[in-house]
Write a protein that binds this ligand. Structure first.
Ligand SMILES: [Zn+2]
Length: 434
């Protein structure tokens, strides 16, 4: 279970109900100072000096493609490293339902499959705007009985690929291989009988091994991108049949190269704004940053605010297809702030305060260590939801028109100028001093 603790240091921000006219004047005044670029004699060619802003714009989105330093395994960098499953076009998943002599499958194996499908296919279709066509296949519709009892594999939370998993994967391959051509699938889901191992309320065993060339091979292909789902993420609130599938899009997110956004302290860094943060409870979508990383947003839908000065952007709701979706403010080669509009639509069924979500992205922080932190527009408000398994405090994190976020150290201010109630679009001003 995720804890509701909030142990991460809060991001600097200001929140005061400001008159829009006054804010605009203030920001423009700041701009006049910030963007006064000194002519650089060394670049004084025939065309005249090039301002830092023009130079940054010439580089297009490059400054916003933050890069992981060596040693970060599963990072927020763009583009995603090699070895993961392609996240656009048709993706075929092989689904194997597995049981054991000490945990025999209860009921038909296809019933276990139907806990996750077609919901997972629909989830990816909605989140990717139709770009990821996920096809779940079950060439073996019955339980695949493992040769050893579950207890013999020594599976525990956080078990590495050695040695229990290596044995389990080898046994799965040996049992399925005569009837399954592993080389024709893009990823593998092992749907373990829910009575094997502890209840998910006690400990979540579900895990994904991704981008790992050391994985055991089947039909000449390493089973490198494989998700294991155990137990049932049923909190007893009665919503399991609607929301229990969500562990699978989370685990498959790793197959596509996404890191965990929850930390040892729980979901307090990102809350319910991404399925890689919270996959229990009400449905939620992914951050725009992840959608860009996965190729579900085009480069032209991303606005890169790399240059000093002030720029205004229009952003349309993330859940809706088309239009500008994400503004990014790179601060270092490895980090920056992302800005997007979240509303109650599509996969985002639990949004209780729509608006402009602002978050800090770090490519130099590894999975589970807090690579992303959402800025809370209303700290210690308690949030606007009481839905189970939704981190309440961050549920009202989005900034509303008239509100600003500031990172004084970075010389950055982000102000929400207004909302077009007809189109749902928001105007945002980004002002940076350097
Ligand atoms: Zn995970």
């Amino acid at each position: 279970m995720r804890q509701a603790l909030r142990l991460r240091p809060p991001l600097r921000r200001i929140r005061r109900p400001i008159a829009l006219g006054a804010a605009t004047t203030l920001v423009v005044a700041g701009l006049a100072t910030a963007s006064a670029t000194l002519p650089d004699p060394s670049s004084a060619s025939g065309a005249g000096p090039i301002s830092a802003r023009e130079a940054a714009e010439d580089r297009g989105l490059d400054p916003c493609r933050i890069e992981p330093p060596l040693g970060v395994q599963l990072s927020e960098g763009v583009p995603t490293g090699s070895g993961y499953t392609r996240s656009t076009g048709q993706v075929r998943s092989l689904n194997l339902m597995v049981d054991f002599s000490d945990a025999p499958g209860d009921g038909p194996a296809m019933k276990r499959f139907s806990e996750f499908f077609p919901q997972t296919e629909r989830w990816f279709r909605a989140s990717s705007y139709g770009r990821l066509r996920y096809r779940a296949e079950t060439p073996l519709p019955d339980w695949l009985r493992m040769p050893a009892p579950f207890s013999a594999y020594g599976i525990e939370r956080g078990s590495p690929y050695e040695p229990g998993y290596r044995q389990l994967v080898q046994d799965i391959v040996a049992a399925a291989d005569p009837k399954v051509d592993f080389s024709t699938y893009d990823l593998v889901n092992i749907l373990v009988t829910p009575n094997a191992g502890p209840s998910a309320l006690d400990t979540v065993l579900s895990v994904t091994f991704s981008g790992n060339g050391e994985a055991p091979q089947a039909d000449g292909t390493p089973l490198a991108n494989t998700s294991f789902v155990y137990s049932r993420q049923d909190d007893g609130s009665g919503s399991y049949h609607e929301t229990g599938f969500r562990v699978l899009p989370h685990e498959n997110g790793h197959v596509f190269g996404l890191p965990d956004l929850y930390t040892a302290e729980g979901g307090g860094a990102v809350g319910h704004w991404d399925i890689m943060s919270e996959d229990w409870g009400a449905n939620n979508d992914m951050l725009g940053w992840h959608k860009w990383k996965l190729g579900w947003l085009d480069d032209k839908q991303i606005k890169c605010a790399a240059a000093p000065g002030s720029r205004d952007f229009t952003l349309t709701p993330l859940a809706r297809k088309g239009g500008p979706k994400l503004a990014f403010v790179p601060l270092t080669p490895e980090s920056g702030y992302a800005i997007e509009v979240r509303t109650r639509a599509g996969n985002d069924e639990a949004v209780c305060e729509p608006g402009v979500l602002i978050y800090h992205v770090r490519a130099d922080v590894d999975t589970g260590q807090g690579p992303i932190t959402v800025a809370d527009s209303d700290e210690e408000s308690g949030g606007c939801t009481r839905r189970p398994n939704v981190h309440a405090e961050l549920s009202d994190a989005p900034f509303r028109p008239g509100e600003s976020f500031a990172d004084h150290e970075a010389g950055l201010r982000i102000t929400v100028l207004g909302e077009n109630r007809r189109t749902g679009a928001y105007r945002v001003r980004v002002t940076r001093s350097s």
